[in-house]
Design a protein around this ligand. Structure first.
Ligand code: NDP
Ligand code: 2IT
Length: 446
C-alpha cells in the first residue's frame, strides 16, 4: 500500500477506531485515488479528501413506539447526510438489528460516489434504525415507521434530502413513512422514492437495482467478448435486489441456481424461473427470513447454515449484505472456475476477497457501479415528481439501460490498466470521485 494511503488511513483510524465498515470503504477508495491525487495536486492542496470522508451532518435520534402487547420499545435512528456537492442528499433507509453509525457511514460514503456515477443530480446520504422487522406485525411496522418519521421529517425535504428503501425497507414501509411525513408537513411532495405507483411512485423502481446489475453485467461481459446467455449464476440473498437480478438474468437466458437467507441456501440445478421467481416474493413477504421453504416447495436441496459460494458457477452475484463473501469463499469460487463476480449488495466482498479476484485477473465489478440502477431510477422518480408526470415502462427501462451503459463506459475510461485488465474498482472510484470533488472545489471551502 502506498505511503499516501497509509498516512491518510492513519488519521482516519485515529478519529474513528471503532468504525470498521466505514474504514474499509474509505480505504478501498483511497487506494484507487492515490495515483490521481499524485497527478493532480489540487486535490491534496484543497484538502478535498479530508473533507469528502467527513459527513456534512450526522443525526441520531430516539424512536419510542408501543408494540402489540402494549409494551414501550425504544430504538435508535440515524440519518447520515454525507455529501451535497452535486445534489440533495439521496440514499436509502435500512432497518436491521445490525445498524450502527459505522455501517451507515460506510453506506453514505459509498452512496456519494455511486450517485455521482449515475450523472444525475443527487448527493449522498443513508439512514435507518437498529429495528428488527422480523416477526413484527403490520401494525407494529406502521407504529415504528410513524415514530421514526416523527423525528426524521424535520431533517428531510424534496430539495434537501430524499430517502428511499434498503434492507428491511420496501414499498410497505415507504408508504407508512410517506403518510406520516405528509401529515406532519401538510404537503404532498416527492420527499421519498420507492413510493406506490398510485401516489407518486415510478414504474420499474422495485426491479431497478436487480435489472441494473444485470444490464451492467451484460456490458462487462460484452467488453470481454462474452454474453450472459448460457451462464450459470450463483446469487445470495432473497430480497428485493436478488429478486430483480434473478428475473432479468433468467429473462436473458442465464441459469440462476442459488438463493440464500440467514438459514442457508437452496440449490436449484434447473434454474430459478417462472413461478419460482414469484415465490421469492412470497418468501420475502412471509416476514420469517428463511429460504428453506423453497426447497420443500420445489423439491430441491437446502444447505443449512451454508453460503452459496461453494456451488460451481460462471458468475457470482452477492445480493444480501456487506462482507458476506470472504477470502475462503473467494478461493472456493476461483477453484470452481468462476469468471466474474458482480457485487449487487453494497460492499459484499471483504477487502481480501476483492484483492484475490483482482490478483487473479477475474472480472470484478464493485457495488457502487453495478447496483447504481436502484438509485438511478430513484433519481428518475424525483424528476417525474418535479414535473408532475409519469414516464412509461419502456421510457424508464431505456433510461436505466443507458445509465448502466454509461457507468460502464466511465469505469473502462478510468480503470483500464496498461495490461488491458479493466480494474472496475479503480474505474468506479475515480470517475465517481472526480465529479464530486470538482463540484466541491467549484463551491469553495465547504
Ligand atoms: P432486502 O431487505 O429486500 O433483502 C436483504 C437480504 O439480505 C435478505 O435476504 C436479508 O436477510 C439479507 N441480509 C440482510 N442483512 C443480513 C445479514 N446481516 N446477514 C445475512 N443476511 C442478511 O434488501 P435489499 O435487497 O434491498 O438489499 C440487499 C443489498 O442490496 C444491501 O446491501 C443493500 O444495501 C443493497 N442495495 C439495495 C438497493 C435497493 O434499491 N433496495 C439499491 C442498491 C443496493 P435477513 O433480513 O434475514 O438478514
Ligand atoms: O444502496 C442504494 O443505492 C439504495 N438502497 C437505493 C437508494 C435510493 O435512494 O434509491
Amino acid at each position: 500500500m502506498s505511503s499516501f494511503v497509509n498516512e491518510f488511513m492513519g488519521s482516519i483510524k485515529a478519529k474513528d477506531p471503532n468504525q470498521p465498515e466505514f474504514l474499509q470503504a474509505v480505504e478501498e477508495v483511497m487506494i484507487s485515488l492515490a495515483p490521481i491525487v499524485e497527478k493532480y495536486p489540487m486535490y491534496l492542496e484543497s484538502k478535498v479528501l479530508q473533507r469528502i470522508v467527513e459527513p456534512e451532518r450526522v443525526i441520531q435520534f430516539r424512536i419510542p413506539w408501543i408494540d402489540d402487547g402494549g409494551n414501550i420499545q425504544v430504538n435508535r435512528g440515524f440519518r447520515v447526510q454525507f455529501n451535497s456537492a452535486i445534489g440533495p442528499y439521496k440514499g436509502g433507509l435500512r432497518f436491521h438489528p445490525s445498524v450502527n453509525l459505522s455501517i451507515l457511514k460506510f453506506l453514505g460514503f459509498e452512496q456519494t460516489f455511486k450517485n455521482s456515477l449515475t450523472t444525475l443530480p443527487m448527493g449522498g446520504g443513508k439512514g435507518g434504525a437498529d429495528f428488527d422487522p422480523k416477526g413484527k406485525s403490520d401494525n407494529e411496522i406502521m407504529k415504528f415507521c410513524q415514530s421514526f418519521m416523527t423525528e426524521l421529517f424535520r431533517h428531510i425535504g424534496p430539495e434537501t434530502d430524499v430517502p428511499a428503501g434498503d434492507i428491511g425497507v420496501g414499498g410497505r414501509e415507504i408508504g407508512y413513512l410517506f403518510g406520516q411525513y405528509k401529515r406532519l408537513s401538510n404537503s404532498f411532495v416527492g420527499v421519498l422514492t420507492g413510493k406506490g405507483l398510485g401516489w407518486g411512485g415510478s414504474l420499474i423502481r422495485p426491479e431497478a437495482t436487480g435489472y441494473g446489475v444485470i444490464y451492467f453485467a451484460e456490458e462487462v461481459l460484452k467488453a470481454h467478448q462474452s454474453t450472459i446467455a448460457g451462464k450459470t449464476i450463483a446469487i445470495s440473498g432473497f430480497g428485493n435486489v436478488a429478486w430483480g437480478a434473478v428475473s432479468k438474468a433468467t429473462e436473458l437466458g442465464a441459469k440462476v441456481v442459488t438463493i440464500s437467507g440467514p438459514d442457508g441456501y437452496i440449490y436449484d440445478p434447473d434454474g430459478i424461473n417462472g413461478e419460482k421467481i414469484e415465490y421469492m416474493l412470497e418468501l420475502r413477504n412471509s416476514n420469517r427470513d428463511i429460504v428453506a421453504p423453497y426447497a420443500q416447495q420445489f423439491g430441491v436441496e437446502f444447505f443449512a447454515n451454508k453460503r452459496p459460494w461453494e456451488v460451481k458457477c460462471d458468475i457470482a452475484i452477492p445480493c444480501a449484505t456487506q462482507n458476506e463473501l470472504n477470502l475462503d469463499d473467494a478461493k472456493t469460487l476461483l477453484k470452481n472456475g468462476v469468471t466474474a463476480v458482480i457485487e449487487a449488495a453494497n460492499m459484499p466482498c471483504t477487502a481480501e476477497a476483492m484483492d484475490l479476484f483482482v490478483d487473479n485477473k477475474i472480472i470484478f465489478a464493485p457495488g457502487k457501479a453495478a447496483n447504481a440502477g436502484g438509485v438511478a431510477v430513484s433519481g428518475l422518480e424525483m424528476s417525474q415528481n418535479s414535473m408532475k408526470l409519469h414516464w412509461s415502462m419502456d421510457e424508464l427501462d431505456t433510461k436505466l439501460h443507458e445509465i448502466m451503459k454509461n457507468i460502464h463506459v466511465q469505469c473502462v475510461m478510468h480503470g483500464t490498466q496498461r495490461s488491458g485488465y479493466i480494474n472496475y474498482i479503480n474505474g468506479a472510484n475515480i470517475a465517481g470521485f472526480i465529479r464530486v470533488a470538482d463540484a466541491m472545489l467549484d463551491q469553495g471551502v465547504v
